[in-house]
Write a protein that binds this ligand. Structure first.
Ligand code: DP6
Length: 334
């Protein structure tokens, strides 16, 4: 079989997925902006098998990564769609990221989007585009929840809600987008580039029995509905308010878990203060969001790029580097 090549982007959640149940099902719907530059590129080689047993090599940027390889073997073994591939072929997955490791970009999102897409293309090469995207999104979700949203852009929702066809199983595109939100940029301000201290899975687990869990899931459902309306009507003030409330809520949930922890750093808080001041002083429609880490994603429309870059240049010692990204439309596989 000729090699399959997949290239899929990461995404940044505006409405956060935080808390899961059952087989990687979300406790609330989430909604994200798909990125374009920050991608995982995967080549999947399938050679006819010479002997019994599971044969899978995984190379990340040219080097074996045994822990992630084991996670992929476990993942592939659990999906019926991939049973024949695993039974009949020796598989080799070569993966690389277009962004620096541990840059605060959700690498499991782009990685599982690319891996699921490549495997599905090899297993079922004749699906039409709609079927392919839906199945690949569902399969990516089973590897890492947020990965299912990387198949559509610039905006995707994962989780059942009033949005037609939305589901807890896979993501769907959010298609009614006002021109104000069609060309968004994301400047990722790296405050700390060390690997994550607490894995997302552990974090999701802490929502079980969290004293604010039910109120949070209800809030996220409401925010998701509101955000779709905002994306439709172009209201930037509401976009900013909901996005920043979501980011701070995510971190407030971590800080108020049974096993509480804090991922924001002094540099994170300092920059957030500067974003508030910059917006107040200049009226520039820029806002921040955070992943489960200390780094800041600054979101702004393309036409404000020069002002925002000037602002970023004034940020002091709290910031180590910047990665400029922009809204994208999803990935490719062939
Ligand atoms: C804070 O998708 O990394 O980025 O399903 O356990 O792999 P797993 O978790 P993951 O969680 C992402 C959490 C988040 C919010 C979000 O992307 O919605």
């Amino acid at each position: 079989m000729s090699p399959v090549k997949a290239s899929y982007p990461s995404n940044i959640a505006l409405i956060k997925y935080w808390g899961k149940h059952g087989n990687q099902l979300p406790c609330n719907p989430s909604l994200s902006l798909t990125l374009s530059q920050a991608r995982t590129e995967v080549t999947l080689y399938c050679e006819a098998k010479k002997q019994e047993g599971i044969a899978l090599d995984y190379l990340f940027e040219g080097a074996p990564k045994p822990a992630f390889r084991d996670r992929i073997v476990d993942y592939i073994s659990r999906q019926n769609e991939f049973a024949d591939l695993l039974r009949n072929y020796e598989l080799r997955i070569e993966s690389s990221n277009t962004f620096p490791h541990s840059a605060g970009i959700a690498s499991s999102a782009s990685a599982f989007a690319a891996i699921a897409a490549a495997l599905l293309k090899a297993a079922q090469p004749h699906l039409d585009e709609t079927e392919f995207l839906r199945s690949a999104s569902r399969l990516a979700r089973l590897g890492s929840g947020s990965a299912c949203r990387s198949f559509y852009g610039p905006y995707a929702q994962w989780g059942a809600s009033a949005l037609p066809h939305s589901s807890d199983d896979y993501a769907v595109p959010v298609t009614e987008i006002h021109e104000n939100f069609r060309d968004m940029r994301d400047a990722i301000l790296i405050v700390e580039d060390a690997p994550k201290k607490v894995s997302s899975s552990v974090g999701h687990g802490l929502m079980k029995g969290h004293p604010f869990a039910n109120a949070r899931f209800e809030q996220a459902r409401h925010h998701c509905d509101q955000m779709r309306e905002v994306l439709r009507n172009g209201d930037f003030d509401s976009f900013i308010a909901i996005t920043e409330r979501e980011a701070l809520t995510l971190h407030a949930l971590m800080m108020s878990s049974g096993d509480y922890y804090m991922l924001m750093k002094p540099g994170t808080v300092q920059i957030i203060d500067q974003v508030f001041a910059f917006r107040q002083d200049t009226g520039t429609p820029v806002c921040f969001t955070l992943d489960a880490g200390p780094n800041i994603h600054l979101l702004y429309p393309a036409h404000t790029e020069n002002q925002v870059k000037d602002f970023i240049a004034t940020l002091g010692g709290g910031m180590k580097s910047v990665i400029y990204d922009a809204a994208g439309t999803g990935g490719t596989v062939f």
